[in-house]
Ligand binder design. Structure first.
Ligand code: ZN
Ligand code: ZN
Length: 413
């Protein structure tokens, strides 16, 4: 825990961009960043050297669709925001210890969570927060039961805000921006867990979508949207939505539109696998389970379709009610489609593009943040090294500081 320069040596450096291992280079850390990669023989004699003894050094992983404020497997449903925030602290710590050094929260977490991490109140990853998710009445963010006629829309759902019509959606974006969110999350289609809507139903009128994008871009943010159906994706991307979350029913035609407009895809495939196992435990109806099975089956196809069209594909997890320890397991699903090197790009370089930090996170290069992982297996052989069962992660560095060290190697760092 010192600010002095030091060098990590004897590492197999995971070059996520090239998809290959680099050896013989020291990684010099200064002021929380990678100052340089240089031949080990050229290091100044006085510089502290920390040998990784042949272990693999990977950039920290990025999860572009997580929820630290939603969760609580096993705990029932009625929990006050204060307890949810305490739990968020626990979830954030878990994410960092699993090697996710940057997380984009896709709804629920707000500037307070981000500040808690930045001020050291919570141990957690760098956070990008979305605040409250915009949903239309009866949309995926409208959590009222059918018989519930309460109209206090601002309070419905907790993690979402119901906003209908151009004026209301503009105001909802402004409220989120006022409170310091990093990006604006919307529901542009039905979801797996909501009772009133179907996955194929596109939500929000084009007029509302255009207004949301306009309002969001004018305050320097971008829009991410929950959406499954091909038509829903098409409408969102046409209106200028920048990142498509889930996107399971993407067709080649719409993928081409995404590529043309520079839209990104953030699949969340692991959540369907986990929810398939645990859904009944947290009260899913047969209808929920049916929707889930449908999206799981189409998920792999959407990856192939997006890859063929040249869409930037990221990595998200969306583990809400299922255990968050599945966070790294989705990488095995991605690598089935495109191999470990490309899947590792999804969770590093490609996700860095999604959060607009290209070159600063997701790769080990001069000038990047020193968010680094020590792994006892080559990720290019099998990304199971980041999963929960064959995990080989032993140390985590955040901005050059050791936050987890199972080996004791980093005592001097
Ligand atoms: Zn969603
Ligand atoms: Zn989500």
């Amino acid at each position: 825990m010192t600010h002095a320069d030091y060098a990590l040596t004897q590492a197999h450096i995971v070059d996520t961009l090239a998809g290959e291992i680099v050896t013989g280079q020291a990684v010099v850390i200064r002021d929380g960043r990678v100052a340089a990669l240089m031949p080990e023989a050229d290091l100044p004699a006085e510089m502290t050297q920390v040998s990784l003894e042949g272990r693999y050094l990977s950039p920290g992983l990025i999860d572009c669709h997580a929820h630290c404020f939603i969760g609580g497997f096993d705990d029932g449903t009625s929990v006050l925001p204060s307890e949810l925030t305490a739990r968020a602290g626990m979830h954030l710590k878990g994410m960092l210890m699993r090697g996710f050094t940057t997380v984009r929260d896709a709804g629920g977490a707000d500037q307070g969570h981000r500040a808690a991490v930045e001020k050291g109140v919570f141990t957690g990853p760098r956070l990008f927060v979305s605040g409250r998710i915009l949903s239309q009445t009866g949309g995926h963010g409208d959590h009222r039961g059918r018989a519930d006629t309460c109209h206090c829309s601002a309070e419905i759902g907790g993690t979402s805000v119901i906003a209908d019509g151009v004026d209301a959606v503009r105001k909802a974006v402004r409220e989120n921006a006022r409170q310091g969110v990093d990006q604006i999350k919307i529901m542009a289609g039905g979801g797996v867990s909501s009772p009133g809507d179907k996955l194929i139903h596109p939500q929000y009128s084009m007029e509302e979508l255009y207004a949301i994008v306009d309002e969001t871009e004018r305050c320097g943010r971008y829009v991410l949207s929950h959406v499954y159906s091909d038509l829903g994706i098409q409408r969102a991307v046409t209106a200028g939505v920048r990142t498509i979350e889930h996107g399971n029913f993407l067709t080649a035609e719409t993928a081409a539109l995404m590529a043309e407009k520079g839209a990104h895809l953030v699949p969340t495939l692991i959540t369907y696998e986990a929810d398939g196992k645990y859904g009944m435990d947290f009260g899913w109806s047969p209808e929920n389970a049916e929707k889930n099975a449908e999206v799981l089956a189409s998920g792999l196809d959407s990856l192939r379709v997006a890859q063929a069209a040249g869409v930037n594909i990221g990595y998200g997890t969306d583990l809400c009610w299922s255990p968050k320890r599945y966070q790294g397991d989705g990488l095995m699903i991605h690598q089935e489609v495109c191999g470990p090197a490309e899947a590792l790009r999804h969770v590093t370089i490609n996700n860095a593009k999604v959060v607009r930090m290209e070159g600063q996170i997701g790769q080990i290069t001069a000038g990047a943040h020193a968010d680094l992982l020590v792994v006892e297996a080559n990720p290019f052989d099998d990304l199971a090294c980041f999963g929960q069962h064959d995990n080989k992660l032993v140390s985590v560095l955040q901005a050059g500081r050791t936050v987890r060290d199972d080996t004791g190697l980093l005592a001097q760092a």
